[in-house]
Design a protein around this ligand. Structure first.
Ligand SMILES: [Mg+2]
Length: 224
């Protein structure tokens, strides 16, 4: 049986700071899935004289080796590893970068009720730049933090300690929304007060609720 939705029960009066993940949470993860699983293997196959299938197999194995680490998000690392200009390739398919429904409405709402809103992403600064150029979401945030600045990925509990010192939030009055359960677990271990799972990271994959954390499909569920 697929898990049913655990509905969020917090009230906004309990929260001062909202931390939002980028890929899959605010932006459609279809772009990233397509880029790494289809587009890069296709280019890698062409430049290395492999079949698409062989290239895909090789790359998926290499991705797995660095999963949940900063290296995984480091475009310079992949440019070197694969001998391809990864940022340039991202620009080539940048038309696929899309903001999820109701995200802009929610960001405006969060402002209107005086919350501090921060974008907190594992994405590399070059990815962040492409995505902010493409979506123009940047002006909605009080702060934008890339995990590379903290020296840890969000899946590592040390990340949250560093982030707290950097942003100066009260963790008991902070909400984190993310589409990766491993990130929510690490934030939970650190003591972030309110955790929320985003159950539809990609527009091409059906909704899947978390068994552990309250979930939303779209951010309009938080506009009260
Ligand atoms: Mg994400």
């Amino acid at each position: 049986m697929p898990p049913t939705q655990i509905k969020p029960t917090f009230s906004w009066s309990q929260i001062d700071t909202i931390l939002l993940d980028m890929d899959g949470t605010l932006l459609d993860k279809y772009f990233d899935d397509h880029f790494w699983e289809e587009y890069v293997p296709k280019i890698f196959a062409e430049t290395n004289d492999l079949s698409d299938e062989e290239a895909r197999k090789i790359l998926l194995q290499r991705y797995q080796r660095v999963e949940s680490t900063l290296q995984w998000c480091d475009l310079d690392y992949w440019s070197k590893q694969l001998d391809l200009d990864i940022p340039e390739l991202k620009y080539k398919v940048a038309h696929l970068i899309k903001v999820h429904p109701y995200v802009t409405d929610f960001l405006q709402y969060a402002r209107s009720i005086n919350k501090t809103v921060c974008l907190v992403t594992n994405a590399h600064s070059k990815t962040l730049k492409i995505k902010m150029e493409k979506t123009a979401l940047g002006s909605h945030f009080d702060r934008i933090v890339c995990a590379e600045e903290m020296g840890y990925a969000k899946e590592q509990p040390e990340f949250w300690n560093k982030l707290e010192r950097h942003l100066g939030y009260d963790k008991t009055r902070t909400l984190l929304a993310d589409d990766t359960e491993k990130v929510l677990r690490s934030a939970n271990q650190y003591g972030i007060g309110f955790l929320l799972f985003v159950a539809r990271p990609s527009s091409r994959i059906p909704v899947k609720f978390s068994r552990e954390f309250p979930s939303i499909t779209y951010f309009n569920e938080l506009i009260t």
